[in-house]
Structure formats: structure tokens, C-alpha cells
Design a protein around this ligand. Structure first.
Ligand code: NG1
Ligand code: ZN
Length: 536
């Protein structure tokens, strides 16, 4: 039976703030950390219920607000294979989070149990972690109350302060240990050993990559880079910067992947540290996004290599390896993007392999990528990974190469399946992937960047009274509501050479986003500004 009295007692310690409406969006709940106490407690309960619903499989809970300001925080649940929480449960999350009183909360918990067909006597297992945000420790304490209240085994497994991708890895490895889908040792060190072994195999016989400056956004990536470095001494060298985890206010502040992408400029802490042509990378606050950049050899201008450029590099290399392995035609490769992908990247990729556009949000990208034998997906903001189908994995392991070249390419593909974190985008794993591809091709950042030229673009945020009025179709590229607005946008776009613009409601912030690209910097800015004017 539901431990109603215990739940009630704990719930009274974590009262919902009045007049706040919580919504489980594309990245879970996300708002000011100080508002989230009741949400954390209730997500602890929900994580326990989710585990019970799946017969005791381990569910993950990550406490982070990623690239958002330090004062924000958030929470999301991770399903057994390391994927995002199933859609129907997102509404359970919102439903529990918004119960005004303890009575209503208990009633809603009972409704979830009923609707989810949950047997409360099933065991529940949960692993949880947080990033470095100052509000994190107290929020984790609230989460732990929720886990205890619903009877999670041992009160759950606290994985401490770590990155989002590590938490996803822990969930997947715990659930697959000793099965045919075994994914590695369920520990942070196990993850780093796995990556390090694959990296060493892939770099053997190749010139060592140059030491790489990594901007850790003054977040948890700094810990992850330090821990991983020990596994790859003499093979790969990091020069971590923005690693201050002590000074308040520095997390994601003029640092990190989101700063680089939105400001399209070098993080101030790196100014003067990069020589011309030398590449560097930025992680975001929970280390699941990656951006590369360098200063032009000739002009010293800042050049950004975003998620689209990473996708182009990686997909191109995978196509070559599949061909070299003698597997052309037997593995279907594809790329998945969102409407935010630069138009030039889409054109470049479409000439080489199938490209699919899906709505924003990792779950859409991941799902679409799974339809391919090898699916490469990246958001322009640097979040992404590569997924391999079961058939592809089996084919790689059973393939009988007939030349030394085929043998080498097949071995490289197998090692790549280990270097890549297919459960979720990981800045560290993606960085190693990029470095391996560059080393294989003998490419510099300049050569990588020359694959295609980005169309100038601008992303702006417009604050509106009610973002839910903005409804889209065609993978968010067209508005259906407010009625008549899309026609006005189309009329503006038609005035610009290579113009493209679209409007959608953010799934993580209370705002509407306007994206525009065009043939020149001035035109892209002007188009974005004019479309924003229509929205406002
Ligand atoms: P929203 O707020 O829905 O635009 C943002 C990013 C997404 C994704 C999520 C989750 C842009 C334009 N949007 O979503 O790509 O990363 O956050 O973190 O970058
Ligand atoms: Zn992130």
C-alpha cells in the first residue's frame, strides 16, 4: 500500500510556493533554484514511482540548469537506457508539481499510480546527481526526502557532483550490466576508462593532437576534465580554463558553450591565450554541449565551429569509414537537425546523405536518429551524439574484412561505438570524437571550417505575455497560430537574398524565439529585428 502517512509528513516539509505554475518542459523543470524545493521532493517521489512502474529498473534524476544562469536550477528524470523520460510521464510530473496542498499531492500520486498501472509493492531504484550550482545541495536534500518517502531502495544512490552525461551513463550501465547490451562499468571512473581505452586505440599510429584549451564554463566540466585527464596522460593533453568553482556568480558567466554560440565571440578569459589557427573548445554548465572555435590565421577573426560543423565533420568521416570498411550500402547513415541548423550546413549535408529536420528537443533528435543504421544528430548549440542501431553493431562485430584497409576501418568503427556516448550528448566524448576525426584526416581547424561557410544568422528572444499562443507545424518552421502571422513573416523573408526566418515558443524559457539568416550580416540582423517586431 501507498505509505500515505510518511508521504504526508515529508510533503509538509516541502510546501509548494503559492501562485507558481510549474511545467515539465524539454529540459525538465527549470527556474530559479529557490523556487524548486517542493518540485525536487515530488520528483523524488515520481522517480520512485517510475522505477516501480518498470519493475525496479534504475531511474536517473539530474539536478541542473545547464547553460542557464547560476541562480537557476532544474531537475529532469532519465529513463532506464539513459534516454529522456517518456512523454506520458512528463504530464505526471507537471501534475504532481502543481498540486497546491499536501492533500492534493497525495490524491494526485494516487491518480498516477492508478493511471500508470503501478504496483506499489515493486522495488524502486534511483541514481541521482547534481551540477555545481550553489542551490544544488539543498535541492538534493529535498529530492532525498522524496526518495525516502516513496521507499526507494537505500534511499537511492547519490552519484554526487557530476555531469549530465555521466549520470545518463550510470543509469544505462546499471540497467544493462551483465546483459547483451552491457555498456560498461557503472561508475564515473568506469566511464572515463572506457573513453580512454577507445581514444588510445583510435589515436594509435596517428600524430598526437596538440594540447587543447577547454573552457569549462566555471562548472562541473572542470571536475570531469581533471578526472579524465588522469586516464590519458601522454596521449591527450587538456589545458582547462574557466575552472573556478568557488567564486559566486561565475558559472556560465561570459564563459561556456552558450556564451560562445549566442555572442559569437571568444570567452573573455581566453582572450590573448589563443594563437592564430589554434583551436579551443567550450563546454556548458553541465558539460553536455560543445562548441569549438579558433582565430583565423590571416585576419585573427573569431571563427566558430558549432554543432552543425561538428555534425558535418563527424558524418563525413563516418561515411568514409563505412565505405572503407566495405560496408557501403549495408549501413544507412543519416543526419538529424532542427530548424536552427544553419542553411549552409543542411545544403552541404544533403549532397552527401539523408538529412531529417525535427522539432527542437533532444528526444525528437534522438528518436529520429534511431531510425538510421548510424544516426548523427546535433543541435546547432552543440548538443548531440551518434547512435548505432542494434543491426549495425551486430554487423560491425560479424563483418569479415577482405583487405587490411577494410580491417582497419572496421576496427575504427568499432572503437568509435565505444568512444561515443550514444545515451546522450556529452561535451567530453564529443570533443574526443572531433579530435580523433581531425587526427585521422590530418585536419586543422581552418581545414575543418572550410567544408562550408555559415550563412550569417541572428537568434533573438522576445518576451510575450503568453507564449502558448504560438503554435507551429513543419518541424517548427511555420506558425499556424496566431493566424496570419506566418504570411507576414513570409513576406519579409521574400525581401532577403538567401533569407530564412521562423518563430517558435521556447520550451525552456518564458519567451518566443526568432531566428533569421540571410546572405549578409546586416541583412540577417535586419530580418531578425523586423520579424521580432511582428511578434512583439
Ligand atoms: P528552447 O528554449 O525550447 O529553445 C533550448 C535550445 C534547445 C535545447 C533546449 C534544452 C536553442 C534555440 N534552443 O530550447 O536547442 O537545447 O534548450 O536545453 O538553442
Ligand atoms: Zn547542458
Amino acid at each position: 500500500d501507498l505509505p500515505e502517512e510518511v508521504l504526508r509528513e515529508y510533503s509538509e516539509k516541502h510546501k509548494k510556493p503559492e501562485s507558481v505554475n510549474f511545467a515539465y518542459g524539454t529540459a525538465g523543470f527549470r527556474t530559479l533554484g529557490e523556487r524548486l524545493d517542493s518540485v525536487m521532493f515530488r520528483m523524488g517521489v515520481l522517480a520512485g514511482l517510475r522505477s516501480k512502474a518498470l519493475g525496479g529498473k534504475t531511474i536517473g534524476v539530474m539536478v541542473t540548469a545547464s547553460h542557464n544562469p547560476e541562480a537557476d536550477n532544474g531537475v529532469k528524470l532519465v529513463d532506464p537506457m539513459g534516454e529522456m523520460l517518456e512523454q506520458s510521464w512528463e504530464s505526471y510530473a507537471t501534475y504532481l508539481a502543481n498540486a497546491e496542498t499536501t492533500d492534493e499531492f497525495i490524491t494526485n500520486v494516487q491518480a498516477v499510480i492508478y493511471r500508470g498501472g503501478i504496483s506499489i509493492s515493486q522495488p524502486a531504484n534511483v541514481v541521482y546527481a547534481r551540477d555545481t550550482r550553489p542551490s544544488g545541495a539543498a535541492l538534493v536534500a529535498a529530492l532525498e526526502d522524496g526518495l525516502k518517502a516513496i521507499g526507494v531502495e537505500g534511499g537511492g544512490w547519490n552519484a554526487g557532483v557530476t555531469t549530465t552525461p555521466v549520470l545518463h551513463y550510470l543509469v544505462r550501465t546499471t540497467n544493462t550490466k551483465g546483459t547483451p547490451e552491457d555498456y560498461g562499468e557503472p561508475s564515473e571512473e568506469g566511464y572515463y576508462s572506457k573513453l580512454a581505452a577507445a581514444l588510445k586505440a583510435l589515436l594509435s599510429g596517428k600524430p598526437s593532437p596538440p594540447p587543447l584549451i577547454v573552457d569549462c564554463a566555471n562548472g562541473v566540466g572542470a571536475l570531469s576534465v581533471a578526472a579524465f585527464s588522469k586516464h590519458v596522460e601522454g596521449v591527450f593533453q587538456f589545458q582547462p580554463t574557466n575552472t573556478d568553482l568557488q567564486t559566486p556568480g561565475l558559472l556560465n558567466f561570459k564563459a561556456g558553450a552558450d556564451f560562445v554560440k549566442t555572442s559569437q565571440s571568444i570567452p573573455p578569459a581566453l582572450q590573448g591565450k589563443l594563437s592564430a589557427g589554434q583551436r579551443a573548445a567550450s563546454f556548458d554548465g553541465d558539460a553536455d554541449r560543445l562548441m569549438y572555435f579558433y582565430l583565423d590565421d590571416q585576419t585573427s577573426q573569431f571563427r566558430m565551429l558549432d554543432g552543425d560543423k561538428i555534425a558535418a565533420l563527424v558524418a563525413g568521416h563516418l561515411v568514409e569509414l563505412v565505405n572503407a570498411a566495405g560496408l557501403a550500402g549495408r549501413i544507412e547513415l543519416g543526419v538529424v537537425q532542427t530548424a536552427y541548423a544553419n542553411g549552409s550546413s543542411t545544403k552541404f549535408l544533403e549532397k552527401r546523405l539523408p538529412v531529417k529536420c525535427v522539432p527542437t528537443g533532444v528526444k525528437h533528435l534522438h528518436h529520429a536518429a534511431e531510425a538510421f543504421g548510424i544516426g548523427v544528430y546535433f543541435e546547432a548549440n552543440g548538443h548531440g551524439t551518434v547512435v548505432f542501431s542494434k543491426e549495425t553493431l551486430a554487423l560491425l562485430n560479424s563483418h569479415q574484412p577482405s583487405t587490411p584497409e577494410q580491417t582497419k576501418a572496421t576496427e575504427d568503427l568499432i572503437q568509435l561505438t565505444k568512444l561515443i556516448n550514444s545515451a546522450v550528448g556529452d561535451a567530453l566524448s564529443d570533443l574526443l570524437l572531433v579530435e580523433v576525426v581531425l587526427a585521422s584526416k590530418g585536419y586543422t581547424a581552418t581545414q575543418w571550417n572550410s567544408s562550408y561557410s555559415d550563412l550569417p544568422n541572428r537568434l533573438v528572444k522576445v518576451l510575450v505575455p503568453d507564449r502558448s499562443l504560438y503554435k507551429t507545424t513543419d518541424a517548427e518552421r511555420k506558425l499556424t497560430e496566431p493566424v496570419g502571422l506566418q504570411e507576414k513573416i513570409d513576406a519579409l523573408v521574400a525581401q532577403y537574398e538567401a533569407g530564412r526566418s521562423f518563430v517558435r515558443a521556447s520550451g525552456t524559457e518564458d519567451a518566443v524565439r526568432v531566428y533569421a539568416e540571410a546572405g549578409t550580416r546586416e541583412a540577417a540582423d535586419e530580418l531578425a529585428f523586423k520579424v521580432a517586431g511582428l511578434v512583439y
